[in-house]
Design a protein around this ligand. Structure first.
Ligand code: ADP
Ligand code: MG
Length: 400
């Protein structure tokens, strides 16, 4: 069901309104509290500036880290400072997220003013989606915008509970972009549509693979999970990662692909190592030749070529899960090659979408993030969306 977005509202819907905006300012910080990467703050600027330009009073709420109660090092003051610099206007920092002091500060905001509430997870009620806490959060506002995709798969007070008390509740620009790419590209894709799924375990990707098998034209598998598929086919896999209790599942997924006419591709060669270490001895072998005692940590050069050929005519490519242990440079080659391949496809007009925390990190490490159509900001949330799940933070928004 399409959701109402900020773009559907006019300036007169927004002028003078107090708008509670759930953002994701969960930024990395060093030991002194300095922000080491402000990407997430910058990513929220279009929504914030759209609201301030329309004359709304913007009340921002976010979590930071995993506090157990009030935690001095996880206050949002450094974020308020950085946000004020980026916006070029003052940001009123509140030292709580509910209560009289917040109400007083918000009522002093002029049209176009911005306030930032304190870390919403200082209250355990946030993650419990406590209705009374949600009501108190909502009390200072007239309407709600959710622009925090990364927490949309959690029914928390600031993502789901508040929508019961604020109307309208709409998607911000960042959230809307995630929905357009992750749902849109899958439900009405430009075809051929390919998915590349990798990562460590097949068990963590069953839902994604099953859901994608109903949508894609081609499914390419890499990462640690391929060894469960190899073993299911009767191949020797040495010490590679295998989930013994998922062999039947691997067989049935392969059968499902065949039934649905999905081209199902496993790597044809792998890079094996004699230890799970960055400087382990390694060799490239055909999948029929994995030596005893060795473990597969990357896809090989022939597989890269096979994958490139399969992807060449694709108009949409979704990638989740690295092809190998990309954290070790020696075993990052396959992942790097696929990242460059996707960058090239984007250049030729294909839509390329990267979802999943480690996959995004890999693409960023390779330096081609800018060359992808869409890099999802939500690891867990993007996976759940790809699985076809309903995300509570999105379901709670007003229908378009
Ligand atoms: P994402 O976060 O993108 O969804 P995952 O969390 O599923 O991805 O998987 C990422 C992890 O998979 C990485 O830490 C990587 O080292 C690991 N991995 C990839 N290939 C292998 C392999 N052959 N053996 C063991 N681990 C692997
Ligand atoms: Mg991960």
């Amino acid at each position: 069901m399409p959701k109402q977005t900020l773009a559907n509202l006019t300036s007169s819907d927004l002028a003078g309104k107090k708008v509670l905006v759930r953002v994701d300012f969960n930024v990395p910080q060093d030991a002194t509290g300095a922000i080491t990467d402000d990407t997430r703050i910058r990513a929220a600027l279009p929504t914030i500036q759209h609201l301030t330009n329309a004359g709304a009073k913007v009340i921002l709420t976010s979590h930071l880290g995993r506090p157990k109660g009030v935690t001095e090092s996880l206050r949002l003051d450094p974020i308020a400072t950085r946000l004020a610099e980026l916006l070029g206007q003052p940001v009123v920092k509140c030292d709580d997220c509910i209560g009289d002091d917040v109400a007083a500060k918000v009522s002093n905001l002029g049209n176009g003013g911005v306030a930032l509430l304190e870390n919403v997870r200082f209250y355990p009620e946030e993650e419990k989606n406590d209705p009374e806490f949600a009501r108190k959060l909502a009390l200072v506002a007239d309407m709600y915008v959710n622009d925090a995709f990364g927490t949309a798969h959690r029914a928390h007070a600031s993502t789901e509970g508040v929508t019961k008390y604020l109307s309208p509740s709409v998607a911000g620009f960042l959230l809307d972009k995630e929905l357009q790419y992750l749902s849109g590209a899958i439900d009405s894709p430009k075809r051929p549509l390919a998915a590349i799924v990798g990562g460590s375990k097949v068990s963590s990707k069953i839902g994604v693979i099953e859901a994608l098998l109903g949508k894609v034209d081609k499914l390419l598998l890499g990462g640690g999970m391929i060894f469960t598929f190899y073993k299911a086919r009767g191949l020797a896999v040495g010490k590679s990662l295998v989930e013994e209790d998922k062999l039947d599942l691997a067989r049935s997924l392969e059968a499902m692909a065949k039934e649905r006419g999905v081209q199902f591709l496993l790597p044809t060669d792998v890079v094996v190592a004699d230890d799970f270490k960055p400087d382990a001895n390694s060799q490239t072998v055909s999948i029929n030749g994995i030596p005893d005692g060795w473990m597969g940590l990357d896809i090989g050069p022939d597989s890269v070529k096979v994958f490139q050929d399969a992807l060449a005519d694709c108009q949409t490519v979704i990638w989740n899960g690295p092809m190998g242990v990309f954290e070790f440079d020696k075993f990052a080659v396959g992942t790097e090659a696929i990242a460059h391949t996707l960058a090239g496809l984007t250049g030729k007009g294909a839509i390329t979408i990267i979802g999943g925390g480690d996959s995004v990190a890999a693409v960023e490490k390779v330096g081609v993030a800018e060359q992808m159509s869409h890099i999802s900001t939500g690891g867990g949330a993007s996976l759940e969306l790809l699985e076809g799940k309903v995300l509570p933070g999105i379901a709670a928004l007003n229908d378009a």
